[in-house]
Design a protein around this ligand. Structure first.
Ligand SMILES: [Zn+2]
Length: 419
């Protein structure tokens, strides 16, 4: 069988594995929160606050979707015309067109152009967030954050680009196999490394101070039989007034992180409710499941890329001979941009199912639907979340159930449903 034949067989295998893992790891059976409860919850929210949240999102929308459109347009322009290949040539010329310069500098230049065209929208977003009082960050702090994120992406990007084009260069017929394995390994590695190496670039994490709340949270984890070494507090207040908590990493790098803003804004019982949700993610190994499906998806994406490489029209449009050459990176980038856009609703859908399960876990663990509902209300008010967002936006990108869905789930639980 030819390498191409093997690639097709591998792709089919990866897609089957991906479907199987999604089918097994994502909770499918949970009934949706009753709409009547949702509407009742919505009616009880203060109209002025709901109006303010909606105005905030209306103000954000042109920037968000503008960035999406312009970013995609830039990626397509660079990838589906010879512009991208020319840009890579231009950047690598001072280095004698060496393939490493093409691969790393050329690749980063393509990404930088795409970042720069969306920069005005990113700045606009900060201005809106600032105007609504959600940001605590000056333009100086915002710029420093932006530069830090560019540096972090450039470092990770350079490693990935160098690795990928080393493989395409030294295994011109079988690069897809090494590339697929490498992409999967990179996803797993990043899942371990990001919380430990990258998160501290942006925030300081300190163990939660000993006291009744910490004792309560550790006891909660113990009762849940989720081994937690520590609960960390992030100094999110240097950037935002928004409240949040999350769990990241797995195995020895797993940690539960609570924003300092949450500790300031919410009652101890509400913090417990949020942490119970995070323990649900840990208990159901959601980070591990996300990493596994991400790794399978990345491997499949590399294989698809290789197979697309035999589409002559695409290569001619990009002005390159082969999709595996560094000068074709803009084409690869365009394909990835389109794939990202198309897969967003599916990812959001799966995320919402997983988040709803963590909510159910929190309700069962705390047996306190009243506090859970109060916390959801507070999350919406403080974070200016639209409690019942437009359907199309919810379907396209909502990673969590809406506030009214989460409140309705608490009400249903309180009545003894869904236990
Ligand atoms: Zn969650």
């Amino acid at each position: 069988m030819t390498p191409r034949g093997w690639a097709v067989v591998t792709l089919v295998g990866l897609v089957v594995l991906l479907i199987a893992s999604v089918a097994l790891l994502v909770p499918w059976s949970r009934p949706p929160a009753p709409r009547a409860d949702q509407l009742a919850a919505l009616r009880e929210l203060a109209p002025a606050e709901v109006g303010r949240s909606r105005a905030f999102h209306a103000a954000l929308r042109p920037g968000s979707y503008g960035a999406l459109a312009i970013g995609l347009l830039a990626a397509l322009l660079l990838g589906l015309t010879p512009l991208g290949s020319r840009l890579i040539g231009l950047v690598s010329r001072p280095f004698g067109d060496h393939w490493i310069a093409q691969a790393v500098l050329g690749g980063l230049a393509v990404v930088l152009v795409a970042d720069l065209v969306t920069l005005p929208f990113t700045a606009w977003r900060h201005a809106v967030v600032d105007r609504y009082g959600l940001s605590t960050q000056s333009w100086g702090g915002w710029t420093v954050d932006l530069l830090k994120s560019y540096v972090v992406s450039a470092v990770i990007g350079a490693v990935a680009l160098l690795g990928f084009y080393t493989v395409t260069r030294f295994a011109p017929r079988w690069w897809w196999a090494f590339g697929a394995a490498g992409a999967a390994v990179l996803v797993v590695l990043l899942s371990f490394v990001l919380p430990v190496l990258v998160e501290p670039v942006f925030n300081r994490f300190t163990p939660m101070e000993p006291g009744p709340l910490r004792t309560e949270l550790m006891a909660l984890a113990d009762r849940d039989r989720v081994p937690v070494r520590d609960v960390l507090v992030a100094d999110a207040s240097r950037r935002t007034r928004a409240v949040n908590a999350y769990v990241s990493g797995f195995g020895p790098t797993r940690r539960i992180v609570v924003y300092d803003t949450l500790l300031r804004e919410a009652s101890p019982a509400e913090v417990t409710s949020v942490v119970a949700h995070e323990l649900g993610h840990a208990k159901d190994r959601d980070v591990l499941a996300g990493t596994l499906t991400g790794a399978l998806g990345a491997a499949a994406a590399v294989t698809v890329l290789y197979l697309l490489g035999s589409w002559g029209g695409l290569l001619r449009a990009a002005g390159v001979e082969s999709i595996g050459q560094p000068r074709a990176f803009a084409l690869v980038f365009a394909v990835v941009a389109v794939a990202g856009l198309v897969s967003t609703p599916a990812q959001a859908f799966l995320s919402r199912r997983v988040e709803a399960r963590a909510d159910a876990h929190a309700l069962a663990l705390t047996e306190d639907p009243t506090t859970f509902e109060a916390m959801q209300r507070r999350l919406a008010t403080v974070n200016l979340a639209d409690p019942d967002p437009p359907r199309w936006e919810y379907l396209y990108s909502a990673s969590h159930p809406s506030t009214v869905e989460r409140m309705a789930a608490a009400r249903a639980y309180g009545r003894g449903e869904g236990r």
